[in-house]
Write a protein that binds this ligand. Structure first.
Ligand code: SF4
Length: 198
């Protein structure tokens, strides 16, 4: 899928590592966030969204360490309409998804990408509503929110800043993407400057 242009922006990126068991105990409320997902029109209509076939508790309990990544995206232009959010964040989202999948290939583990519209097929063409298999299961990963994690508290308590929300239909000072990589590889490096080389 092509976009005609990209907005200019700068980023601030941070990472946090903690035991998966701690992150689950302190920040996961599966029932509450499942209810939020059910209220979304995308629920059950994209393979990137719940409900998931896999046993999420069993999946999470198979990993020792959660590497969490938060990137703040500051648009250069002020007063951008909220409807431009997806265009603004798309390059960072693609960069994060590439790095997360590279970490899976390099270390095993499980990536959790950013919530929202799946980027890997043209808009409105996901196969899930027609009961067909995902076209790109090797690329699609669930978000942390969809797996029951509270990202508002994750950001404020683990990263030390707040998520900002739109006012008057405009993009706030910055938007935030949070993703994760759960693994048993000991220490894993995240390249905050750009691409991690294969
Ligand atoms: S890759 Fe395509 S088929 Fe799979 S979840 Fe994304 S939009 Fe749906």
């Amino acid at each position: 899928m092509q976009t005609r242009f990209q907005y200019r922006y700068r980023t601030e990126e941070r990472t946090v590592s903690l035991p998966v068991a701690d992150y689950v105990a302190r920040f996961r409320d599966a029932e509450r966030f499942e209810a939020c997902c059910r209220a979304c029109p995308a629920y059950g209509r994209s393979w990137a969204c719940p409900p998931f076939d896999s046993d999420m508790e069993a999946c999470l309990s198979g990993y020792e360490t959660a590497l969490l990544v938060a990137v703040k995206i500051f648009p250069e232009e002020s007063s951008l309409p909220l409807g431009e959010s997806l265009r603004l964040i798309r390059p960072e989202r693609m960069r994060h998804e590439r790095q997360l999948l590279m970490l899976e290939r390099r270390h095993g583990g499980r990536a959790f990408a950013y919530a929202g519209t799946c980027l890997h097929c043209p808009e409105g063409t996901c196969t899930r509503p027609s009961g067909m298999a995902c076209r790109h299961p090797e690329l699609v990963r669930p978000s942390l929110e969809a797996c029951g994690f509270d990202l508002g508290r994750t950001v404020s308590e683990l990263f030390g800043f707040e998520l900002l929300w739109s006012r008057n239909g405009l993009i706030p000072q910055y938007l935030t993407l949070v993703s994760g990589f759960f693994h048993n590889a000991g220490s894993v490096e995240w390249d905050t400057a750009g691409e991690v080389q294969e």
